[in-house]
Design a protein around this ligand. Structure first.
Ligand code: SDX
Length: 423
């Protein structure tokens, strides 16, 4: 592989360095392009061909359907480790020893309360407010109650900000559900594990002792692992670019929650279940909806299908599909939407339109089936995605600040009117 890329503009030749990643990816370094050429830039809407950073955290191979966190295959992590093990791995770079994990868990439990005045903010929302909008606002508000978590200049300050957000984010997430349902707010129960605690904060009713099976806890734990990071996706890039202005960790994550909300990104898991329900209520005619998805004049898209990077099976979808099957069998649940999903997948994977565009089921296609089986309502699906993605956002923000990356500020090509004067 040559070390230089050659560029010729108006007969003038330029050499640009070629750089390689540890997994063999190749990039042309254009960081000096504008200076070398007297102002020429590249254009790449959606950054489909543009790398924004060097990262040690997550590797994806879209052609081979490979996903690794800090070098470990997602399949192995999902099978052998807990969500907090994986959160520690993403944030600090290595899997924790037992002592390290115990300390991490204990430090998180020490931060599991939020200021009671946060409820005044919650009260300001209408009950029907979408939980993702409430979660973004509450996450940003955390900054006001934890000012020391903004300018984290030392590792110690950063660690404190990390355990604070790891502890308080799921509590606030549960409050968005409780508010939406008109229920009283719950608090963390520090006698429970991290994932069981999420479920009890969401579902415990004051008049009953909360119990849930290890099957449910393990299914959610695995789902959170599968959502924990995904390199420079839309919401993670948002967290990095907001953090690059030296905005605090909580404010940056609040921006990431808003980006994840969109139906083309994390909001797709809710859109998938709504689509499957629409197909079911419309009589289950899957072919009719496949035609709609292919019809350019119809805005309908097959939600949960397609991916910017995976041009093969999303490895997470494969794991989630099996977990959905196993969970429904263990809980003895018959879910007609699973049958519709499987039929939709089968037809789409044999259809030339989807095959020619490398459109496969992604992480969101089956995750809603599991959330539904766990009793989580569809408007909370993307909030669950956010809880899973939290360690990834933290890890990526931490890396961006540790690498002292410059403020993110893309260029543009102006195509507007020129030299106008006021008459
Ligand atoms: C997530 O980036 C990440 O890593 C994200 C994520 C993560 O973990 O952070 O993996 C999580 O966001 C998964 C994606 C969830 N979104 C959906 O399921 C929504 C449905 N899918 C899409 O809208 C779409 O596939 C995207 C947004 C995911 C990717 O869009 P791209 O890469 O910009 O591709 P595109 O829109 O340019 O589509 C290429 C072609 C187009 O057709 P042509 O113009 O070539 O004729 O494929 C078509 C599109 O119309 N197409 C679809 C389709 N997705 C793409 N047609 C029908 N149904 C679809 N779902």
């Amino acid at each position: 592989m040559s070390k230089k890329a050659l560029l010729e503009i108006d007969g003038k030749k330029y050499e640009l360095p070629i750089i390689k990643g540890t997994e063999g990816e190749v990039a042309i370094d254009i960081s000096k392009l504008r200076a070398m050429t007297g102002g020429v830039i590249t254009m790449d809407p959606g950054f489909k061909n543009t790398g924004s950073c060097h990262s040690d955290i997550t590797f994806l191979d879209g052609e081979k359907g490979i996903l690794k966190y800090r070098g470990y295959a997602i399949e192995e992590l999902a099978e052998k480790k807990s969500f907090l093990d994986v959160a520690y791995l993403l944030i600090f770079g290595d899997l924790p020893t037992k002592e390290e994990l115990d300390t991490f868990v204990s430090d998180i439990k020490d931060e599991s309360m939020v200021n009671e005045e946060m409820k005044d903010i919650l009260d300001g929302f209408p009950r029907a407010a979408h939980p993702m909008g409430v979660l973004s606002a509450l996450t940003s508000a955390l900054t006001s109650f934890n000012p020391s978590s903004v300018n984290v200049s030392s590792d110690k300050d950063l660690y404190k900000a990390v355990v604070k957000i790891m502890a308080k984010f799921p509590l606030l997430a549960s409050w968005t559900y409780r508010k939406n349902q008109g229920y009283p707010m719950n608090y963390a129960d520090n006698s429970k594990g991290y994932v069981e605690n999420i479920l009890q904060m969401m579902f415990r009713i004051p008049t009953e002792k909360y119990k849930c099976s290890s099957t449910v806890i393990n299914a959610l734990d695995q789902l959170l692992i599968l959502h924990a990071d995904h390199e420079q996706n839309c919401s993670t890039s948002t967290v990095r670019i907001v953090g690059s202005s030296h905005a605090g960790l909580f404010a940056s994550i609040s921006a990431g929650v808003s980006a994840l909300w969109g139906p083309l990104h994390g909001g797709a898991n809710q859109a998938v279940i709504e689509m499957l329900d629409e197909i079911s209520n419309d009589g289950g005619d899957v072919d009719k909806f496949i035609l709609k998805a292919k019809d350019k004049s119809d805005p309908f898209r097959l939600m949960g299908f397609g991916h910017r990077v995976y041009k093969n099976f999303d490895p997470r979808a494969t794991i989630i599909k099996k977990a959905a099957d196993d969970l429904l069998k263990e809980l003895n649940i018959e879910d007609p939407t699973l049958k519709i999903a499987e039929k939709l997948e089968k037809i789409a994977l044999e259809d030339e339109y989807f095959k020619s565009r490398n459109l496969y089921p992604n992480v969101d296609f089956y995750s809603g089936i599991i959330y539904k089986a766990l009793g989580i309502p569809s408007e909370m699906f993307t909030v669950m995605f956010a809880i899973g993605r939290l360690p990834g956002w933290i890890a990526q923000w931490k890396e961006m600040r540790a690498n002292q990356e410059p403020i993110g500020r893309p260029r543009q090509l102006y195509q507007g009117k020129v030299d106008r004067t006021i008459k």
